[in-house]
Write a protein that binds this ligand. Structure first.
Ligand code: AMP
Length: 365
């Protein structure tokens, strides 16, 4: 196999960034690229993909269709993604033709919760205790070692609480594994956190690093409800969160925006829950509260441009608009603040339909 392509020079305005995935993250990336004079070409299997509505070009196709993927890649100057479960083989195929970031290594690690948590620990960072679980016997054994409450998660393809079950007994773990059709899983200790937080950060093509202030995040039914910045993190915890993101981004040789989801424990320590190799829902507030949003930052990074200033000029609260709440768009349109609707064809329960950001004067940096 020949070496993966890398960018020889920044993509000039008028050039094209390809985006694998056409959801709301792709849509907001495309809007940010347009602001920089760059065109986007979105690749997605869904004819009603929200990002198709705002991109210069699109291809309707499956990630496994390598001839279609190659044709798409050749139409772009560089390729990125908005969805971390793009098969690593697809990304490797593109890498032979065009620079693609984040690359196959970052995806391979973050697509498998066991690989991901092992990688995080290898960097000297803390996670909840975890055990690989493949069999009923292994599940019982892992539960005995855990000695308390846990969470069973499938190793692959889990998001927004899918492929996840709380465990309070050996019987629970056996039942949960069966409900996952015996898919390879991990059993994690239940983290009795004080609250959740995340850090959204970027690494540029030259290794530059820029992190946004970490928000506090509240989840409901496993879906992000609200991000608040500044949240309850102390200044020291905020700095530690940024340092964690830098350690991970450097170790991956990462290019682009990534998010690290954190548990802030009662004793003040930070545990890493997971790494999202993409722009992240908990960073949407950066559109209004920062000079350079996470979406612009990501496009800058993958296009080989210098990173922008991640500084925040306001406090912000970002609320997701989920499922039926979007039917109330008239009420949202009357509220003071910034309304984002993603152009999804239909409302479905639990589906992220939009978000709403409210700013207030800066209280803390
Ligand atoms: P995840 O799919 O790993 O991002 O988890 C989704 C959400 O489930 C997290 O944001 C937490 O609210 C909760 N959760 C996940 N893992 C744990 C854990 N080990 N202990 C407690 N809560 C968890």
């Amino acid at each position: 196999m020949s070496a993966a392509k890398s960018l020889a020079a920044p993509i000039a305005p008028g050039g094209t960034v390809g985006i694998l995935g056409g959801g709301q993250l792709g849509r907001m990336l495309a809007l940010a690229a347009a602001q920089l004079g760059l065109r986007t070409h979105v690749y997605c299997h869904d004819p009603k993909a929200p990002a198709f509505q705002v991109s210069a070009a699109h291809t309707l196709g499956e990630f496994g269709d390598l001839p279609a993927i190659a044709k798409f890649a050749r139409a772009c100057d560089a390729v990125t993604l908005e969805f971390e479960n793009v098969p690593a083989a697809t990304v490797e195929h593109i890498a032979q033709l065009r620079p693609v970031n984040p690359g196959a290594r970052a995806l391979r690690i973050t697509q498998d919760r066991f690989e991901e948590k092992s990688f995080i620990q290898s960097l000297g960072l803390k996670t909840a205790r975890f055990f690989a679980v493949d069999t009923i016997l292994g599940a019982r054994d892992a539960f005995a070692k855990l000695g308390g409450r846990g969470v069973l998660k499938t190793r692959r393809m889990g998001y927004d609480g899918k492929g996840q079950a709380k465990i309070a007994s050996a019987g629970d773990v056996v039942g949960a594994l069966a409900s996952f059709n015996d898919a390879p899983s991990i059993l994690e200790a239940f983290a009795d956190f004080a609250f959740e937080a995340s850090v959204v950060a970027a690494r540029g093509i030259d290794g530059d690093f820029a992190a946004y202030d970490p928000p506090e995040n509240a989840h409901e039914h496993h879906i992000l409800r609200r991000s608040v910045v500044p949240g309850r993190l102390t200044t020291a915890q905020g700095e530690e969160a940024k340092a964690i993101a830098k350690t991970i981004a450097d170790a991956l040789g990462y290019v682009g925006v990534l998010a690290v989801e954190l548990f802030v424990m009662q004793d003040g320590s930070l545990l890493v829950n997971e790494i999202a190799p993409r722009v992240h829902n908990s960073g949407h507030w950066t559109i209004e509260a920062c000079a350079v949003s996470q979406f612009e930052q990501h496009i800058r990074a993958v296009a080989g441009w210098p990173l922008g200033d991640p500084g925040r000029h306001a406090d912000a609260v970002m609320e997701n608009i989920i499922g039926e709440e979007a039917a109330d768009w008239r009420a949202f349109s009357r509220r003071p603040g910034s309304l984002h609707l993603y152009g999804k064809a239909e409302i479905r329960a639990g589906r992220k339909m939009g978000h709403f950001t409210t700013l207030s004067p800066l209280t803390k940096r």
